[in-house]
Design a protein around this ligand. Structure first.
Ligand code: ZN
Length: 497
């Protein structure tokens, strides 16, 4: 590029360069999908090298000195171009703080760590995972220190997943949520009425047929996606290749159905982004918290609502024959049964955020240097006993249950609860915007809801900051109030509190 390049040319050149970076990032993401969905176990070490190599290429592109030059010259023609430049600058500034050696080492180690964690979890063997976990924590501490440049390490990590969020802002929301959640939990556990669970055996192939129906009911575009099995359900990709995964447990069909709806929510967000943003920095969900608001509102506020479960009850009866729950009302209560359990991903809406608060506090201590990887198991078990009133019986029910720490995803967990908070706000706004929502949900028709979400939120991708995105969709500033009101009303009724 020459000194007399015009601002418009600089913008065009920058966006063309960025498009290749975005395409390569999609390729790296798809390797991640492959790793969890279909890769043979023996390929773990090789995949680590492959991912490290592509991370090296991405890091070099994001730190390329030409970027600074383009960013200085390019001028934005309107808010969309401004947002594009803001995101590219953000990625560039972040990447230049991280040495290339560290970026590729993190990619290599966390790729291999996943296999080690999976093996440790299978065998309930914390000691097997500990050296790997210590290495991952050390690498992420080093990275956080580079990013924070003297500031708070955990805040630096949070900013990756939820731009603008800090542990103080998230801590304040959690502090406001905790007393009402604990009071609701106590009231439910002490209630006279407890719904019966759904019992029986549900063949996995039939579960998968209904799972596909559910994804379709929530508007999943099969022409630009696919559904596979994975140990830990996830979604992957942006634009025109957005994949989802689910799992089947013969005695627990809700596990499969609600994982599928959850991942469909993530996928619908990505599939719903304006095609003009394809392979640009705006062509993806704007933060993990906003992403989770989509998966959660699909899964819980819509999917676990009374009218939608009435439709699901009919569909389950059609697929599996008569159920153990005698009618749609008993089925609704079974879907929403509250029970203290070990596993976050299987937690009901009341307990879920307590699981997150536990992880949030442990992570903060870990990155404040007040806790070491070797002490995590004991700290986890102590806290779990306090919060849930049950002793952890084995590591796969405790510190080893989630994949996140093996992947180095520290600072990610709190975005799940933020997603719940955002979903609560969005549901309040959605109810006001679509007054006859329940009538369509009772027919298994989610279109009025998903259309509203697409229009007000999904199509904008990363155009705005996370809080602005939610505020623009809702018409009010997000807070924990609507979620807590919703939970108290819903479960107060189910449990006759
Ligand atoms: Zn999710």
């Amino acid at each position: 590029m020459t000194a007399n390049t015009t601002p418009t040319t600089a913008f065009t050149e920058l966006m063309a360069y960025q498009r290749d970076t975005e395409a390569l990032a999609q390729v790296a993401g798809r390797l991640g999908w492959d790793q969890e969905a279909v890769m043979p176990r023996g390929a773990a070490e090789q995949r680590g090298e492959e991912l490290a190599a592509i991370e090296g290429v991405l890091h070099a592109r994001r730190t390329d000195p030409r970027l600074a030059d383009w960013l200085e010259r390019a001028t934005a023609d309107g808010p969309v171009a401004e947002a594009q430049l803001r995101q590219i600058r953000r990625d560039h500034v972040r990447a230049t703080k991280i040495p290339a050696r560290l970026a590729t080492e993190i990619a290599r180690v966390t790729s291999i760590a996943q296999g080690t964690w999976a093996e440790a979890r299978r065998n309930d063997d914390v000691a097997h995972f500990l050296p790997t976990l210590e290495r991952v924590v050390a690498l992420r501490r080093e990275e956080a220190a580079a990013l924070a440049a003297g500031g708070d390490l955990y805040d630096a990590l949070l900013d990756d997943y939820e731009p603008g969020a800090t542990q103080a802002s998230i801590g304040a929301i959690f502090d406001a949520m905790r007393p009402r959640l604990v009071a609701l939990r106590e009231a439910i556990l002490g209630a006279d009425r407890h719904p019966a669970p759904l019992e029986g055996r549900f063949p996995p192939e039939t579960q998968m047929r209904l799972a596909r129906e559910l994804a379709s009911a929530f508007g999943y575009d099969w022409n630009r996606g696919r559904l596979d099995l994975a140990v830990h359900p996830f979604s992957n990709g942006s634009g025109n290749d957005v994949r989802i995964t689910t799992r089947t447990v013969e005695e627990e069909p809700f596990n499969c159905f609600y994982s599928t709806i959850h991942e469909t929510g993530h996928a619908a967000y990505e599939q719903g982004i304006d095609q003009a943003y394809l392979l640009t920095p705006l062509g993806q969900g704007c933060s993990m918290g906003v992403h989770e608001s989509q998966s959660r509102i699909y899964e819980n506020q819509l999917g676990r609502s009374r009218p939608f479960t009435a439709w699901l009850y009919d569909r389950m009866t059609a697929h599996f024959g008569p159920l153990s729950t005698k009618d749609a009302e008993a089925f609704y209560a079974a879907v929403n049964r509250v029970q203290p359990g070990y596993i976050r991903t299987e937690a009901d809406e009341v307990h879920y955020n307590l699981h997150i608060m536990l992880r949030f506090d442990l992570e903060r201590q870990l990155f404040a240097g007040k806790l070491e990887a070797a002490e995590l198991e004991e700290a986890w078990n102590t806290r779990f006993q306090q919060d849930f009133g049950v002793a952890v019986d084995k590591p796969s029910h405790g510190v080893l249950q989630d994949v996140h720490w093996s992947l180095g995803l520290f600072g990610y967990f709190p975005t799940y609860s933020l997603g719940n908070v955002y979903a609560g706000c969005l549901m309040q706004a959605l109810r006001a915007a679509v007054p006859d929502l329940d009538a369509s949900l009772a027919r298994g028709d989610t279109a009025p809801a998903t259309r509203w979400l697409r229009e007000t939120l999904q199509r904008h991708g990363r155009l705005r900051s996370p809080r602005e995105t939610i505020a623009a969709a809702c018409g009010f500033e997000p807070s924990e109030g609507p979620l807590l009101d919703y939970l108290e009303a819903k479960f107060g009724e189910i449990y006759a509190l």
